[in-house]
Ligand binder design. Structure first.
Ligand SMILES: [Zn+2]
Length: 213
């Protein structure tokens, strides 16, 4: 199978730091930005300039453009994670579409043996893909009312309307900033804004971005 690793030429980075300047959080995509495929986001926490913890959100595939001869799938460029596996605290899947889970059979070796969670259907679909490659790794299903503590991050799930059941946007709290992923935009986003009235600070104003609030 032919792969094309999506280059991060248009990588956008959100950077926030504490008042003391000691600790900071960065958020950026490994699958590029500006379209709705090969989703994979890095949330990383640094203290005193040293990378401490990485949380990954989604691990999807994209599909080749007409001029990508011999390419079957487009996958995120995970070279950034080389040498950082011991900092990865977990991977969370937002829903079961291939542009959010389809990369896991190919990229698991780059991510390592980390805990993985997903909404119920996303976990089931991802586990089928892992079984197909005879991996022992398992994605743990998560109910929407559960809050995950992953390193310095907490992750909670907001049910969204989408074309596949069990779709979530995530609220990710870091020691510095609070984010909401906007993997899915729908009318239910409005409810989120109502619940968190200061959510107007847009970080990545496109379909696959997220916001700090
Ligand atoms: Zn989707």
């Amino acid at each position: 199978m032919g792969f094309f690793r999506k280059k991060q030429h248009a990588r956008k980075v959100f950077l926030g730091s504490s008042a003391s300047g000691k600790d900071s959080v960065r958020v950026f995509p490994l699958g590029g930005i500006g379209n709705v495929t090969k989703n994979m986001f890095v949330y990383e926490y640094r203290y005193d300039g040293t990378l401490r913890d990485i949380l990954l959100v989604d691990c999807g595939v994209g599909f080749p453009e007409p001029d990508m001869y011999g390419v079957d799938l487009v996958i995120p460029d995970v070279r950034y994670l080389e040498g950082k596996k011991d900092k990865i605290r977990g991977l969370v899947f937002t829903h079961g579409h291939d542009d959010h889970i389809g990369g896991i059979p190919y990229l698991l070796p780059n991510i390592g043996n980390v805990p993985m969670w997903g909404t119920n259907l996303a976990a089931a679909f991802a586990n089928i893909k892992l079984r197909e490659i005879r991996s022992q790794a398992k994605v743990q299903p998560v109910d929407f009312d559960r809050i995950l503590r992953i390193g310095p991050f907490t992750v909670s799930f907001i049910r969204m309307t989408h074309s596949v059941p069990d779709t979530a946007n995530l609220v990710i709290r870091s020691p510095i900033e609070r984010f909401t992923t906007e993997a899915i935009l729908s009318l239910t986003s409005i409810r989120l804004t109502e619940r968190y009235p200061n959510s107007g600070k847009s970080m990545m104003p496109d379909e696959t971005g997220c916001s700090a609030f």
